[in-house]
Structures are given as structure tokens and as C-alpha cells.
Ligand binder design. Structure first.
Ligand code: PGA
Length: 251
């Protein structure tokens, strides 16, 4: 199983600042453990600058934060998979809770986007997770299993094996209150069990991941890496998380 550490920069970093962060990461990339796929997801406006600055560096891959499902058309403000491919984007985050909450993304949209990504050879990282209220009402499993199944419905097993999932409890995102690694692992086991093809799919944990807590996640059987927000905005802390993910590679 692959181990993946993805940095979601959200709405941070101008193109100029993004190039500085890439330089910082490249300076540390000799320390990245073998077998960990390292991804950065800058805002659209910095993709070209980051792509040029990477200059073909194989250690760091480019990811987008969302995309539309059509190749082109009258969709003001949207970005298509064709446009992402132009800058060498190999991955795209789909269904991040902030997109679901602030931009009205539904499971139906995420299904269309997943199909489009796969059709263009872009690996989708599909994010699922529950609110604090849903967790308190015991609805976590229902929520994440429904989100996962609705994103993947109608896909062939072989296609499902090409996706990556990310379990991000919404209450843990940006709050400093990371989920207990064993709890997260138990939820991720339930996600993995909901479709047979998910046995071979990496599932990342997201929500207040830091260099100090990554090793505990990497030790869990169902956790194959992390989707990192705040701690990916600084080269040292992101590199610390990448290094701490090494034990997951052995599985
Ligand atoms: P965080 O964000 O690491 O800042 O909690 C994670 C995410 O939203 O992907």
C-alpha cells in the first residue's frame, strides 16, 4: 500500500510565497523517507509558479484543491481537469469539508468530479468526515460510509483501486483537537470495509496533524498517510510530518 502525505495549502500563499515554500521543501527533500509520496496542493493561482519551481523534482508532486468535472464551458470561476493537467497536476482533492460547507458541493458533484479526474488520469483524494454534532449523536459511520459510497457508486473495482480517500473529522480540522489515533483508525477500518475494492486503497487521516502526532497515526493499520492543512504551510513542520510517516511504509 502506498503512503501519502499531502499538504493542503487552502487559501494561503501568493505565487511568490509558494515558490519560497517549495524552495524550503526541496532543501529538505533529501531527508524524506523512501516510499512516502509527498504532494503539495497550492491555490490555483500558484500552480504554474510551483510547477516551474519544482523543475521536474520527482520527490514532490502537484495536487489541486478542487476542480470542475467538465473539460471547458460556461462555468464562471471554475477550473477544468484539462487546465490542471497543463501544469502537471497528478492529484486533486475532492469534497474537502470546506468545499462542501462553503461552496455547496454535494456527494453528487463529488461523484462527477471523481469520474472526470479518473478519466483524465488525475488521482482523486476524496475527503469524508463528520461534524461534532454527528459524532456526538453516534452518526460517524453512517456519514462517512454514505459519503464514500456515493462518491464511488457506478465505478468499476479497478477504477476504485485508483483513488485515495481522506478521513477528516470536521471538528478536528484547524482546531488543534486531533482525533485519537485509535478512534480514527476504527472509523477508517469501517470506511475500508464498505466496498471490497477499498482493501487496496490508501486512506489518509486529516485534522490537526503535526510533526509531534504523526508517528502515532503512522503506526495504525488502516492509516496510510495524512492530509495536512496548517502544518504544511511551513517547510520544517511539513518535512517533520513526512519523516514521521516512515513507519507506515513498512506495511
Ligand atoms: P489542518 O487541516 O491540518 O489545518 O487541521 C486539514 C485539512 O483541512 O485538510
Amino acid at each position: 500500500m502506498r503512503t501519502v502525505i499531502a499538504g493542503n495549502w487552502k487559501m494561503h500563499k501568493t505565487a511568490h510565497e509558494a515558490m519560497e515554500l517549495i524552495d524550503g521543501l526541496r532543501a529538505l527533500s533529501a531527508e524524506f523517507p523512501d516510499g512516502v509520496d509527498v504532494l503539495v496542493a497550492p491555490p490555483f493561482t500558484a500552480l504554474q509558479a510551483v510547477s516551474q519551481r519544482l523543475n521536474g523534482d520527482e520527490r514532490i508532486k502537484l495536487c489541486a484543491q478542487t476542480m470542475h468535472w467538465e473539460n471547458q464551458g460556461a462555468y464562471t470561476g471554475e477550473i477544468s481537469p484539462v487546465m490542471l493537467k497543463e501544469f502537471g497536476c497528478e492529484y486533486v482533492i475532492l469534497g474537502h469539508s470546506e468545499r462542501r460547507q462553503f461552496c455547496g458541493e454535494t456527494n453528487q458533484y463529488i461523484r462527477l468530479k471523481t469520474r472526470a479526474a479518473l478519466a483524465h488520469g488525475i488521482t482523486p483524494i476524496i475527503a469524508v468526515g463528520e461534524t461534532l454534532e454527528e459524532k456526538d449523536r453516534g452518526l460517524t459511520k453512517d456519514k462517512v460510509v454514505t459519503q464514500t459510497q456515493e462518491a464511488l457508486t457506478g465505478l468499476a473495482e479497478e477504477q476504485i483501486r485508483s483513488v485515495i480517500l481522506a478521513y477528516e473529522p470536521i471538528w478536528a480540522i484547524g482546531s488543534g483537537k486531533n482525533d485519537d489515533p485509535q478512534n480514527a483508525d476504527a472509523t477508517m477500518a469501517e470506511i475500508r470495509a464498505c466496498l471490497p475494492a477499498l482493501r487496496e486503497v490508501p486512506i489518509l487521516y486529516g485534522g490537526s496533524v503535526k510533526p509531534e502526532n504523526m508517528a502515532a497515526y503512522a503506526a495504525m493499520p488502516n492509516i496510510n498517510g495524512a492530509l495536512v492543512g496548517g502544518a504544511s504551510l511551513q517547510a520544517q513542520s511539513f518535512a517533520g510530518i513526512i519523516t514521521a510517516a516512515a513507519p507506515a511504509v513498512a506495511r
